[in-house]
Design a protein around this ligand. Sequence first.
Ligand SMILES: NC(=O)c1ccc[n+]([C@@H]2O[C@H](COP(=O)([O-])OP(=O)(O)OC[C@H]3O[C@@H](n4cnc5c(N)ncnc54)[C@H](O)[C@@H]3O)[C@@H](O)[C@H]2O)c1
Ligand SMILES: [Fe+2]
Length: 376
Amino acid sequence: MSFVFQTTRSVLCEPGSSARIGELAAGLGCRKVAFITDRTVLELGLAAAALNGLKAAGIEVWVCAEVQPDPPESILLAAVEEAKRQGVDGVVSVGGGSSMDTAKLVAVLTRAEQPLSQMYGVGLVTGERLPLILAPTTAGTGSEVTPISIITIGENDKKGVVSPQLLPDWAVLDAELTMGLPRAVTAATGIDAMVHAIEAYTTKLKKNPVSDCLAREALRLLAGNIRTACFEPGNVEARSNMLLGSMLAGMAFANAPCAAVHALAYPLGGFFHVPHGLSNALVLPFVLDYNMPVAETLYDEIAPIIFPGKRGADLPGAFVALREELGMPTTLREVGISHNHLPMMVENAMTQTRLLVNNPREMTPEAALDVYEKAL
Ligand SMILES: NC(=O)c1ccc[n+]([C@@H]2O[C@H](COP(=O)([O-])OP(=O)(O)OC[C@H]3O[C@@H](n4cnc5c(N)ncnc54)[C@H](O)[C@@H]3O)[C@@H](O)[C@H]2O)c1
Ligand SMILES: [Fe+2]
């Protein structure tokens, strides 16, 4: 057996814990931090406890609330310029995956001399970063425990920076931040987290026993709570379990990387701005179908955890039913995609080699087109 497992050094998990971010930042020696978030999160007041805590700890704050979903490179670079001008010595993010991914690279680029263009890929970041604290407001990406940042270049090209420097000093799991998540976002981000666990469990090259444990427990928590979180949004226990599940899934796929579901989902986000989790949900059943001949044994191991009494072969159909139960769009057409978009989506998906190498069954352009046609 041979594997490497890395994760975020420290995790604080407690409802209300974002109020303690100031204390944590002070512990890292910060005096002035860049606070990276988006307008919605700021306007909903989700950043208030963290901002008050920072103030109480005597830490100055420069707030950047410009982040947009599928975060554009231009916004990241503008934030870095301003962070340098402001002289920040730390970075905090309270937000979804888009804000946290932006914050990770602000922390690296504000300190490092290396240009961003040389960082896209795996293990290419050379310098160190500023102190970094991440608090997710979606239960979701698991970005708070992954060494990954996904940035959109130009109009529609999603690229990843993957390097251990992107793991933060602290992941702060405060379920209160997720209480107001609308049902559509709860469902989509919850499915994203489930896909992280499934793809980690079946990943071809780096599957390992630690990720396997995390993926199974993540699926138990996520599958057991996604319906309650969607239909009883104020249920703290369900929200806490979703947040914990998404973090465990993040720890799993950070070390046993995602594969074809994510690769085929990316063009939906890049070209059509379909939310990341929904993009995954739309292609998931058909990628599971495609992988079935080689991954069925592994699917048999996780299917009963996700859908009690089901087998691997039942997974695609069970996910189709779950999407409907959660009220999610179920076809590519519903999100504005038509048949003549498919060749360009295939072309783009096939460039996601970082992900495709991990798929248990080789994903060919023909197979990708077939997945999209079935998802249409
Ligand atoms: N770094 C990683 O390891 C990793 C993993 C998976 C996905 N991603 C990336 O993360 C991004 C998706 O992140 P996401 O799914 O968390 O969504 P997001 O950050 O893009 O946010 C989606 C929307 O939800 C809103 N929102 C966030 N929290 C809210 C809350 N508590 N209440 C109400 N509204 C809220 C946001 O304002 C935004 O409008 C994509 O760019 C994806 O590629 C990164
Ligand atoms: Fe994802």
